[in-house]
Design a protein around this ligand. Structure first.
Ligand SMILES: [Zn+2]
Length: 226
């Protein structure tokens, strides 16, 4: 029998229809970061620190330090996927293992000049359906107001936001470019796990809907066990 998302954790919100328009909270979602040493994220984001200097780089599953350095900045979506798989299974493959799987489906493209493009949602969805038995719906147009309904229906949602959502007290400089995992909502607050949060509070954040919306690009991917 395939497990429902969150079955190991006894997560009620993973059952489609268990939540409501007022509240749906996934319980016990572990936090995975796209940088192996979470305490270095602030220096990487704001002080020019090189992610390649991370002494913990091997935890990513990269074969070399250079491979980790090349890909970690692009791995927000893979860290979100780790959180989803861990929520279902109680464990998750290493970050770079997921990345290589996703690349095989075209989820990322490396141009001839070395520039990395992605994450592309449609190939990512194909990848997680085929290789991880997840139900995945790509939402190229997703209103923030639709998130409570998706959560109430058993989904976790990868949402495109500006990376500065880690500092929500400052005005949003833009929308999109980074993926976070929406884990719940209650009383008008959106709960999210941020793979590049620079503090514990930024990594597990609860934001008023209008604040979240100011960073939100209006697109995402809804995931649940099929
Ligand atoms: Zn759940």
């Amino acid at each position: 029998m395939p497990r429902l998302l969150g079955e190991i954790m006894g997560c009620q919100a993973c059952t489609p229809g268990a939540g409501s328009g007022r509240q749906a909270l996934h319980d016990g979602v572990a936090l995975f970061t796209q940088y192996m040493s979470a305490e270095r994220i602030g220096a990487i984001a704001y002080d020019g620190a090189d992610p390649a200097d991370d002494p913990q780089w091997r935890l990513s599953g990269a074969r070399t330090r250079a491979e980790y350095a090349l890909w970690c900045r692009h791995c927000c979506g893979m860290a979100c996927l780790q959180m989803v798989l861990d929520h279902r299974d109680g464990h998750a493959p290493p970050l770079l293992e997921l990345l290589h799987g996703c690349r095989a489906y075209g989820g990322y493209v490396e141009n001839a000049d070395g520039q990395i493009k992605g994450l592309y949602y449609a190939p990512f969805a194909d990848y997680v359906r085929a290789e991880h038995r997840l139900h995945a719906d790509v939402h190229p147009h997703l209103a923030a107001a639709e998130l409570p309904g998706l959560l109430a229906d058993g989904h976790l949602v990868m949402a495109s936001v500006h990376w500065e959502i880690r500092r929500p007290d400052l005005p949003a400089p833009g929308r999109g470019g980074h993926l976070v995992l929406i884990t719940g909502h209650e009383h008008g607050l959106i709960h999210l796990h941020n793979p590049s949060g620079h503090t514990p509070g930024a990594r597990r954040a609860s934001l008023p809907m209008d604040v979240f919306e100011s960073f939100f690009a209006g697109r995402g991917i809804a995931l649940r066990m099929r």
